[in-house]
Design a protein. Structure first.
Length: 132
């Protein structure tokens, strides 16, 4: 149909019919391998070439699919965090503070905690010496 429609019409047709299919459920497969996502980018590159050939020197207004995937993902994260929509309600997590432990403390259970009173007493006794 590229010979029947001008560049602007082709751009609208691409955005409505093709790109909407390429972006369907992009959050579900957005983390796919780059070689799979490159196949989608090839479809957009072909459409871009067709639109540019019929656009009489005007630049088409198409953003990359990767940019659109990133924006969709960030939008969903924002909506979940702000809780402004109800459909991702199952994704909401309660706010909680995570316990902070280091690998050395986790692997050595006999090492006293520097914040505990037992550690402070033990440290002060060592400073005075064994004979006092």
């Amino acid at each position: 149909m590229s010979w029947l429609i001008d560049g602007r019409g082709l751009e609208i047709l691409y955005k409505a019919q093709v790109r909407s299919s390429l972006e369907y459920a992009c959050l579900a497969w957005g983390g796919a391998a780059n070689k799979h996502l490159a196949l989608l980018d090839k479809v957009q590159a072909l459409a871009l070439r067709i639109i540019e050939n019929n656009n009489a020197g005007q630049e088409p207004h198409l953003t990359t699919l990767q940019h659109r995937r990133d924006v969709a993902g960030l939008t969903m994260v924002f909506k979940v965090l702000v809780k402004c929509v109800s459909h991702p309600q199952a994704l909401w997590q309660p706010y909680r503070l995570a316990p902070v432990t280091t690998l050395a403390v986790a692997l050595a259970p006999g090492v006293p905690n520097p914040q505990s009173t037992a550690y402070r007493i033990d440290k002060s006794e060592r400073a005075r010496g064994p004979h006092q």
